[in-house]
Design a protein around this ligand. Structure first.
Ligand SMILES: NC(=O)c1ccc[n+]([C@@H]2O[C@H](COP(=O)([O-])OP(=O)(O)OC[C@H]3O[C@@H](n4cnc5c(N)ncnc54)[C@H](O)[C@@H]3O)[C@@H](O)[C@H]2O)c1
Length: 347
């Protein structure tokens, strides 16, 4: 059994029995959030266009599913009926943004504006905007706190920054009760290994399980701050129920810096293959989440090793052989016309 970390956040009481809307709720983080909301007694409605999310991700939940798009204002008007609180996660991801920048803008920036307008019109009492650490761009100092300059390098980072700027503006100008959270890299059950959504941890772990080498872009010394999705979702819920988080911007991460090379070792791949670095790839990302810790006691409970174990167990439980899942892997998945071809073993 995969250990259940979807515990009820302490003091959760604001939305018990009320309708909570999760945009992008059929996705990786969204579906974990839905599970934790339900465990806390909320009635959940999900708005998702299933671009990268799936109905299967919400299997065994009681969430009301609305198939629709945050670019469609008529759908938004309908979906907000009776909603008390909204978690806005619907987005186009970083690698897709590189070959579809206009779509990233339309969903991540304009779509956010649409959701804010609909939320304001419906009178929600809480709007949690899920942004991303990608808004910071290259680290100018080792630990990234919320006052670090935001100089994003990818269309995704730029469009996420526009989205959160709108969210803050709707708070200040129109009084919408907004909190912005900036998760760093999340991993865990239901994360993406496939296509242009594919993330480094599931790709490495599946390759390790299949006895295949990991593909590293650049020297492997680039670092990320990885946190288990159960901890990230708990942090998002804690931010929603913390009165002092209103109007604020809050990092969520582990505070542990892991290089891609170390990750390959932790995942257990038999070998690594080095390829040219990715354009726009950030060298370091390390989260200072002391603000979240001070505001609502946020502290990740799952170590990197435990999280990797949890994900490994989840893949085994799902029962699809890693070799089969890896057929959906796209190695150069940030490029237009991304190729599935194996890079050569030569450096
Ligand atoms: N995964 C991470 O490591 C990470 C880190 C930081 C921030 N985030 C943020 O968390 C949120 C969720 O990310 P995720 O990793 O779960 O990605 P995901 O792709 O699994 O989830 C995004 C969801 O949004 C849906 N969606 C996309 N376009 C839509 C549209 N136009 N209308 C309605 N729904 C739409 C997708 O179908 C999917 O279910 C995003 O806002 C992302 O920026 C993720």
């Amino acid at each position: 059994m995969v250990e259940n970390h979807s515990s009820k956040p302490s003091g959760w009481q604001l939305y018990g029995g009320k309708i909570v809307l999760v945009t992008g709720g059929a996705g990786f983080i969204g579906s974990e959030l839905v599970r934790q909301l339900e465990a806390a007694g909320s009635k959940v409605r999900v708005l998702d266009n299933f671009a990268t999310g799936t109905r299967t991700n919400l299997a065994s939940t009681a969430a009301e599913l609305v198939e629709g798009d945050v670019r469609d204002n008529a759908t938004l008007q309908r979906v907000f009926e009776g909603v008390e609180c909204v978690f806005h996660l619907a987005c186009v991801g970083v690698r897709r943004s590189i070959h579809a920048p206009r779509e990233a803008h339309e969903v991540n920036a304009l779509g956010t504006l649409n959701v804010l307008q609909a939320a304001l019109a419906s009178g929600v009492t809480r709007f949690v905007h899920v942004s991303s650490s990608e808004v910071y761009g290259p680290a100018l100092r080792p630990l990234i706190a919320e006052d670090h300059p935001c100089l994003p390098t990818t269309p995704y980072g730029a469009s996420k920054l526009a989205g959160e700027a709108y969210a803050r503006a709707w708070n200040i100008t129109y009084g919408l009760p907004v909190t912005v959270v900036r998760p760093f890299n999340a991993f865990g059950p239901r994360c993406h290994h496939e296509g242009d959504s594919g993330e480094v941890i599931p790709k490495f772990l599946l390759r390790a399980m299949a006895g295949m080498p990991a593909v590293i872009f650049g020297d492997g010394q680039q670092t990320r701050d990885f946190t288990d999705v159960a901890d990230i979702a708990r942090g998002i819920l804690q931010a929603a129920e913390c009165p002092h988080a209103l109007g604020g911007t809050i990092n969520l991460g582990s505070g542990r810096e892991t290089s891609i090379l170390d990750l390959a070792r932790l995942a257990g791949v038999p070998q690594v293959i080095y390829c040219d670095p990715r354009l726009g790839d950030l060298r370091r990302l390390l989260c200072d989440s002391s603000h979240a810790q001070r505001l609502f006691g946020f502290r990740p409970e799952i170590t990197m090793e435990q999280g990797l174990d949890r994900l490994r167990q989840w893949y085994r439980q799902e029962g699809i052989p890693p070799e089969v899942l890896l057929r959906q892997e796209v190695i150069y998945n940030w490029r237009p016309n991304a190729s599935t071809a194996e890079p050569s073993l030569a450096r």
